[in-house]
Design a protein around this ligand. Structure first.
Ligand SMILES: Nc1ncnc2c1ncn2[C@@H]1O[C@H](COP(=O)(O)OP(=O)(O)OP(=O)(O)O)[C@@H](O)[C@H]1O
Ligand SMILES: [Mg+2]
Length: 355
């Protein structure tokens, strides 16, 4: 059995449903009595991937526009079931890389394999595996949300039955019969995500999924990304919202001026840059003896004291020593909090602008 929490499109109340993957369930909102139907997603992606090692392989990709190298000799891999964040400042080459990955533009050199297939030779087949959210989402303006999604479901050979529940899931239940030409930017983005996940594709490529979304929309997309990963999809996301990327991605790639400058987990990149965690310790009372004891702990980088809070920058392995030093100096600890190095610090350091 699968448990699913939905939001009533009319009164926004939470509705909890239980059912089997693929099963249809009729819903009646306990609050406002609005009726609807929900189909539980199938347990795993409808189409299986065949290459278990790397689902996306990009080797020495170069793309120039006239004489300008937008992407310069970029290589990276994305493993099966991984969420990979692709980051970089405006104009760094993210969208160009993504378009080359989907054979929407022709690269000058390099090789791209998706699910073991060369994108330039097997582009049509590859697109069957991929759900894509472009940077600029476009629909048929004269068709309604449901007509648009039905159309794409037919093109993707996905079940049309899922279109209505998907539109509702993305918070567009009230606008299901509205023409997309009258949608706001955030509404188009939500519908774009619904189109990308149609048919539970095993590979998702999302170019700025949070673009134009309100905070509720951002959470909705984040949860959907995690749900797709749990179902077995491999997900490639380009984004500027670093906290979002840090929250969901297993690994990140950072591109700057067309060059891939880093590719690893956030914690490994932090280690490489020697960015250390911050330990904040709140005490019942502060004393000079405690301050001195903390400053004497061997190996710590920095100590700041604000009223009854001590902030220490140090390697994770020294945290216990700091706590013991405070306790030995008679300190009574109320709260201990560690802030791990943020992706923002990593990003800023790898994309520093030369003066
Ligand atoms: N069709 C094109 N013709 C000429 N130059 C282009 C074209 N498409 C992209 N570029 C240039 O290539 C560079 C990379 O653009 P790209 O759209 O890949 O950046 P991005 O990393 O996606 O940026 P953003 O975060 O703003 O979306 C930019 O300098 C851009 O002006
Ligand atoms: Mg872009």
């Amino acid at each position: 059995m699968v448990k699913k929490t939905l939001m009533c499109p009319k009164c926004k109340s939470k509705i909890v449903l239980e059912g089997k993957p693929g099963e249809k369930s009729y819903i009646s909102c306990p609050n406002c009595n609005t009726k609807g139907m929900f189909t539980f997603p199938k347990g795993k992606s409808d189409i299986k991937t065949t290459d278990n090692s790397f689902v996306i392989k990009v080797r020495n990709l170069t793309k120039s526009f006239n004489n300008f190298k937008a992407v310069d000799n970029v290589s990276f891999n994305v493993g099966n079931g991984e969420i990979f964040g692709f980051l970089g400042p405006n104009g760094a080459g993210k969208t160009t890389t993504i378009k080359a990955m989907l054979d929407l533009i022709h690269s000058n050199s390099g090789e791209i394999k998706i699910n073991g297939l060369d994108i330039t030779k097997k582009g049509k087949e590859v697109k069957k595996y991929v759900g894509y959210l472009p940077e600029r989402v476009a629909f048929y303006d004269n068709l309604t949300a449901l007509q648009n999604l039905n159309f794409y479901a037919e093109m993707k050979n996905a079940s049309k039955e899922n279109c209505k529940p998907l539109i509702e899931e993305f918070g567009l239940g009230d606008a299901i019969s509205k023409k997309v030409g009258k949608f706001s930017k955030g509404m188009v983005q939500r519908l774009g995500m619904a189109r990308a996940v149609l048919g539970n594709p095993p590979i998702l490529i999302l170019d700025e999924p949070s673009g134009g979304l309100d905070p509720r929309g951002v959470v909705l997309i984040r949860n959907k990304i995690l749900e797709m990963r749990d179902k077995g999809s491999t997900i490639f996301i380009s984004s500027h919202i670093l906290s979002e990327i840090q929250a969901v991605c297993d690994r990140v790639g950072i591109i700057n001026k067309g060059i891939l400058v880093a590719e690893d987990t956030v914690s490994q990149l932090s280690k490489r840059l020697n960015i250390k965690p911050k330990l904040s310790i709140e005490l019942e009372e502060m004393s000079d003896a405690i301050k001195e004891a903390v400053k004497k702990v061997d190996g710590i980088d920095d100590v700041q004291i604000i009223n009854k809070i001590i902030n220490v920058i140090c390697e994770s392995k020294l945290k216990a020593k700091v706590v013991i030093a405070i306790a030995n100096a008679g300190g009574n600890i109320i709260n201990v909090h560690t802030t791990e190095p943020s992706l923002e610090e990593v990003f800023m350091r790898f994309t520093e602008v030369e003066q």
